[in-house]
Design a protein around this ligand. Structure first.
Ligand code: NAD
Length: 428
């Protein structure tokens, strides 16, 4: 995130304003949906391993819960800001709506770098986060989940703290839990697989055989690795991936013209998705600058790292061979760049549709937790495929019928569903 002037919430509001104009929304509905319904800002005191207390800044934002309890992850990141959390919470509202889940949108965060925290310090931070928002979350109110740099272990510590305070078992309060401790089989795969299910449908529409395509992927974390796994199973070739190198505060891409070997690269990657570049180079990968993942001569680009990666400054660096962009990350394309992609006729699967597999499986996890009955992995993944495919087809049909691009079509469907729920409840 080198662009310090970037504000994710400003971008999220611009995208919403465009949808509101297309829908001709009334002023009260615009005012309601343009900002979060509730937000909590709090300090989390954590006793560090050296005995000193450090104060961390935490957030929880509930953007909208007209269609059901708010749902959204908790991000641990040194560059976390309240505006990033607000943007991500708003995008969750549109995401749950586009796949037609009975949920709203929320998001949380803590300004911290877990690389620099011991496991005990991370545990105390997770428990501290829950103590601050205990009264404002719950299985029927707001259900957190993992996000960037938080994982199943963090969720289990958070669940445990919630259950200690409430004095009862409440597995439906949080998703992304470890399998065997209330987690759902298939959750780890769900977001990345969902991205590729939507890509598969897009390629079908374009009459392109996936096994004849090549791709370049930004990021090599949870979403990216599982997206690559399913894409390779469909016969696709990934020529390039990039990742963030923590020690250098810089990103690099590693490439192989004949296609990367997923298992090989996983074996030299840390749990945060950081590829050990020198080890990859020894394995025969070519190292190039991080931002060059975008310039590759491939058919498909998959941004799967963070926000604001395809911008007005680099959108024209995209190779003319690129036909499809599957936005795996949240908010990877600035509104300005989105207009250019449209002019270039690059088929873009918008983020909140492409990466909705994660929240869809989180919803399945919540359903299983509330029933205390857990499904086999095949059942989870086939339900995921059904939900993602039908959401994709609804958006694509709407886009074709109304001569819209996929982003505008997805926004109109989602914003319309949410505003209708607000109207039906008598809020506006
Ligand atoms: P992760 O932390 O597991 O991986 C992030 C990856 O991005 C890492 O490989 C990291 O090295 C890389 N990265 C970070 N900054 C980079 C940069 N400037 N250049 C190149 N690489 C960079 O995170 P994740 O869970 O895979 O999430 C990735 C994106 O997908 C985020 O935008 C997240 O909000 C979104 N998302 C995740 C889920 C989910 O279920 N995990 C669901 C929906 C959306």
């Amino acid at each position: 995130m080198s662009d310090t002037s970037y504000n994710a919430f400003t971008d999220a509001q611009k995208l919403f304003d465009r949808a509101a104009d297309l829908l001709d929304l009334d002023q009260a509905t615009r005012d309601l949906l343009r900002t979060p319904q509730k937000e909590f800002h709090f300090s989390i005191p954590v006793r560090m391993d050296d005995g000193k207390v450090k104060i961390f800044q935490g957030y929880r934002v509930m953007h909208n819960d007209a269609r059901g309890p708010a749902k959204g992850g908790i991000r641990f990141h040194p560059h976390e800001t309240i505006d990033t959390v607000r943007a991500l919470a708003m995008w969750m509202t549109w995401k749950t709506a586009v796949v037609d889940l009975p949920l709203g949108g929320g998001k949380g965060g803590v300004i911290c770098d877990p690389h620099n925290l011991s496991p005990f310090e991370q545990e105390r931070l997770c428990r501290g986060w829950i103590r601050q928002v205990y009264k404002n979350i719950g299985p029927h109110l707001d259900i957190p989940a993992p996000e960037v740099m938080t994982n199943a272990q963090h969720m289990l510590w958070m669940l445990d703290e919630y259950e200690v305070i409430s004095g009862s078992r409440q597995p439906g309060v949080i998703t992304g839990k470890p399998v065997g401790m209330g987690g759902s089989l298939g959750r780890a795969e769900a977001t990345g697989y969902g991205v590729i299910i939507s890509l598969r449908e897009a390629l079908k529409e374009l009459g392109i055989d996936p096994s004849e395509t090549t791709a370049s992927v930004q990021g090599f974390g949870n979403v990216s690795q599982y997206a690559i796994e399913l894409y390779q199973q469909m016969g696709g070739t990934v020529k390039c991936v990039s990742s963030w190198v923590q020690d250098e505060q810089n990103s690099y891409s590693v490439c192989k013209p004949e296609g990367i070997n997923l298992e090989e690269l996983r074996s030299v990657t840390d749990s945060f998705g950081g590829i050990n570049i020198s080890k990859a180079v020894k394995m025969g990968y070519k190292m190039i600058p991080g931002e060059d993942w975008l310039k590759q001569e491939v058919d498909i680009l998959i941004p799967a790292a963070i926000e604001n990666q395809i911008t007005g400054n680099n959108v024209n660096d995209i190779h003319k061979k690129v036909k499809v962009i599957a936005e795996a990350a949240n908010g990877p394309t600035s509104p300005e760049a989105a207009k250019v992609l449209d002019k270039k006729d690059i088929y873009t699967i918008p983020d909140f549709l492409a990466n909705a597999g994660g929240v869809t499986c989180s919803y399945f996890e919540q359903v299983q937790s509330n029933m205390n009955y857990y499904w086999e992995k095949d059942e989870v993944l086939s339900k995921l495929d059904l939900k993602m495919t039908s959401a994709f087809i609804s958006v694509s049909d709407f886009a074709k019928t109304n001569n819209l691009n996929m982003r505008d079509a997805a926004y109109i469907i989602s914003v319309n569903r949410v505003s209708q729920a607000c109207k039906d409840r008598g809020w506006v």
